[in-house]
Design a protein around this ligand. Structure first.
Ligand SMILES: Cc1cc2nc3c(=O)[nH]c(=O)nc-3n(C[C@H](O)[C@H](O)[C@H](O)COP(=O)(O)OP(=O)(O)OC[C@H]3O[C@@H](n4cnc5c(N)ncnc54)[C@H](O)[C@@H]3O)c2cc1C
Length: 379
């Protein structure tokens, strides 16, 4: 058991994953959240584990995502065993649906990007696609089936993580907001919160879309802003939709994620509107229209809930993973943008290695906090 006292600022999926991995190294962290745990982006997200869209970006970003993707089956099985909460990891596979020649061409481009990483899928013409996904619109011209798309249920993944941390008696503090850092020279000494001072040997900032104001207190100017995503949640029957469906049309991207219990998650808008988490009639209408285009029969099912969340942006859509330059004992894991659920497994692993003074299993230089934007942006 290490005597290191480590604070994690932020109890979203990123902070909780890091805490769980630290625990495995014998470090029992203190996790602080200014609200309830995992009720921001990590609750709002769809939870699909998607390599399709990252293949365009390529390079170290694709390698990081691929590594994380590969960790999921074993990681979620272990969490399920240790917590008795099933994160509902499923290798659902995905369909990219084309209604026009132009859309087909765009999907072929994505397919070629995936091939450069040895990842292949299969095309089905309309009737064959309908055989495999009977509720799909008959107007679909073709679909690209990609078997390497999986999903988890984010709320359950977070609950499993929290359960493991609770069992290990980790100091989990909700409604405790970090306002400032105590630094002497270059050395981190502790944090100041709305409830007092906590002394510690190190801190990991995992405050999602709210990480930039905290970085500023440490003299680091971080390019990071929130991107709102609105969501419509339908209650249907299990098996109505079988695969994760994606469609990129003239009005943007719509995706549908079928859950084991029959719920269907329809997302999502991508809006640069600051820290405003409200839904809008126009945003929800766009999602409903997009979903009906893919699966017309969805109209017979109830919309159970709608919501919005804030994706934590970065300078280029790649996460920030590493030490805060010029300081000892301060690290950051933020800016996971549209891939934070996917990247939670590997982020926990590499951040715990870094905090524990080990060589990381991934070269984190491309994710350094003070980097210039990568030429191929993930934004
Ligand atoms: C609509 C939507 C759909 C998405 N779909 C997917 C998807 O399908 N797949 C995928 O991989 N990703 C998806 N994402 C992205 C993913 O959800 C995020 O990248 C990820 O949840 C970020 O996790 P986080 O822990 O960094 O941030 P958050 O979950 O936002 O957690 C940050 C936490 O820090 C706390 N905090 C902030 N400031 C302080 C402070 N000063 N002191 C203490 N605590 C503080 C907050 O209260 C919050 O709980 C989606 C996001 C959205 C919004």
């Amino acid at each position: 058991m290490s005597s290191k006292r480590i604070i994690i600022v932020g109890g979203g999926v990123i902070g909780l994953s890091i805490a769980e991995q630290l625990l495995r190294k014998g470090i029992t962290p203190i996790v602080l959240d200014r609200g309830a745990f995992a009720k921001e982006a990590s609750w709002a997200g769809a939870g699909f584990l998607d390599l399709r869209s990252v293949a365009r970006v390529g390079g170290s970003m694709m390698e990081l995502c691929k590594k994380s993707y590969d960790l999921f089956p074993e990681w979620t099985a272990r969490l399920k065993k240790d917590s008795q909460v099933d994160p509902e990891y499923q290798n659902s596979g995905s369909y990219d649906v084309a209604f026009t020649e132009e859309e087909e061409t765009a999907i072929h481009k994505m397919e070629n990007n995936l091939k450069t990483f040895g990842l292949t899928g299969q095309w089905y013409e309309g009737p064959e696609a309908l055989d495999r996904e009977p509720q799909l619109s008959s107007l679909a011209q073709s679909v690209f089936y990609f078997p390497h798309t999986s999903q988890v249920l984010p709320a359950r993944l977070n609950r499993a993580l929290l359960q493991v941390l609770q069992k290990a008696k980790v100091d989990l503090r909700e409604f405790e907001e970090v306002d400032d850092f105590l630094i002497k020279g270059k050395q981190f000494l502790g944090v100041r919160t709305n409830k007092g001072v906590i002394d510690a040997d190190g801190v990991v900032i995992a405050a999602g879309a709210w990480s930039a104001p905290l970085a500023e207190k440490l003299g680091l100017s971080l390019v990071s802003k929130p991107y709102r995503g609105q969501v419509v949640h339908y209650r249907s029957q299990p098996g109505v939709v079988k695969h994760i469906l994606f469609h990129t049309g003239s009005t943007g991207i719509t995706y549908m994620v079928p859950r084991l219990d029959g719920h269907i998650y329809v997302g999502s808008t991508l809006e640069d509107v600051g820290f405003d988490k409200s839904t809008t009639p126009a945003g929800l209408e766009k999602l409903k229209t997009g979903a009906m285009q893919l699966v017309p029969g969805l109209s017979q099912y109830l919309i159970e809930e709608t919501w919005a969340g804030l994706r934590p942006g970065s300078i280029d859509g790649w996460p920030y993973l590493g030490p805060v330059p010029g300081l000892e004992g301060v690290w950051m894991a933020a800016g996971h943008y549209t891939h934070g659920i996917l990247l939670s497994a590997v982020t926990g692993e590499v951040m715990a290695q870094m905090v524990n003074g080990e060589r990381t299993s991934v070269n984190l230089l491309p994710f350094a906090l003070n980097r210039s934007a990568h030429p191929v942006s993930g934004l």
